[in-house]
Structures are given as structure tokens and as C-alpha cells.
Design a protein around this ligand. Sequence first.
Ligand code: PGA
Length: 249
Amino acid sequence: MRRKLVAGNWKMHGALHQNSELLTRIVAEASGLLCEIAVCPPYPYLAQVRSLIQGVAVALGAQSVSEHPSGAFTGEVSGSMLAEFGCRYVLVGHSERRALFGETDTVVAAKFEAAQKAGLIPILCVGETLSERESGKTEFVVARQLSAVLDRLGVAAMSSAVVAYEPVWAIGTGVTASPSQAQEVHAAIRAQIAALGSGVAADLRILYGGSVKPQNAKELFGQSDIDGGLIGGAALVADDFLTICHAAN
Ligand code: PGA
């Protein structure tokens, strides 16, 4: 039985006082939830967030990681640094990283590997653009993004990872994939992994991301292959995030 995970991707949002207000609310309700909760703040707030969630069932995650273990890479942050600051999860291959910062499938696979080497659980983000969907390439694109990791590390690497299917056209747009559109891609992802290792596929958590809101979370999370969500905008509003967490319960 896969335990649902709801992870908040704060992106480049937050400030000390805002984070504290938001987390005070989340921490107060966390113990009543059956799903796992994670928050992924920007790097400078990891220490603050870590102290605010101390002793509570909320996990810490980061939004990216260097593919290198250490060295002359100005501006980069390594997996071991994230682990030292209490991170359990790290996003890799978010579509904003792919589109705006030139992260290729190869770089994403290297980051995935670096994260696992540091003891972190990568949340591998995959998803198609609108034009890819409209030209019928959704499953091809998602399979290619997954294959980059599978070819490099083998299917066993997926036993300590999470996948997040995030159609690019649904991120931050208010347009969500319908539950059946999302389920179709989630099932394809699970089938691709199952072809290499059925046990790994059965245990793998596949999150949906892209305009998840209190109004649509329950129906999305009710699909058989949707194991929770990666939440952007709604993760910054305590009531919305908590309602989404309850929907995963
Ligand atoms: P959104 O973002 O919920 O604001 O669409 C999701 C994400 O980018 O992970």
C-alpha cells in the first residue's frame, strides 16, 4: 500500500515571517493527517524551516541539487549539504529548471544520481508541453524523460525515488489535467517501470502536479495511480495546502 505524499514546492517565494506563519498552521494540523507531507523552501530557508518542523511529521525537501559532489561550482548546492540541513527529498528536473535553466535529460539524470548518493530521495519531475500534447507526443516525452534515469541507473534506483507527473501546460496556469488525463499518464509511467521491475513499480509513488487546488485535489488523488501531489501556488496558502493534504487522507 503506497502512502500518499503531498509536497509543497514553494519555488522562489517566501520570507522569514511568512514561512513562520505558514508553517505554524501546517505543523498544528500535521499530526492528524495520514498522508506524508513535505515542504520544499528555497535554500536559504532550509535551516529556518527545519527548526520549525522539528519533531513534527513534516519532511523537508529542496528544489534542486548540483550534479557535482563539491568543488568550484559557484552558486551551486550539493546533495550532502542538503542532507546536512535535514532534507529528505529534493526535486529534480522540475519543468522550470528544464525550460529556464537548460537542464537536459542527461543533467537531470546526473542530479538524480547525485541526490541518491547523498542519501536524499529525488522527486523526479516529468511532463509534456502543450504543443507536445497537442501533437500526440505526451507518452513519448514522459517515457524519454524517465528513460534518461532508468538507462543511467537501472530500475532499482526507482525504489528510493518519487516521480511527479507535471504537464507543463498545467503548471501555474489554473488549468489542471482532468483526473482521467492524469491517470492515463500515471498508468503509462507505472507500466514503463513495471516492464523492468514489477515490484518497484507497485511501490513507486507517482505524484500529480499542475494547478492542484482544494477544489480538484480529491478527484485527482482518487485515481488509482495518483499517489499524492506536488503543489506550487496552493502550497503558499495554509488553508489551501491543508485542504489538499486532507484530500489525500
Ligand atoms: P502549481 O505548480 O501548483 O502552481 O501549478 C506546481 C509545480 O510547479 O510544482
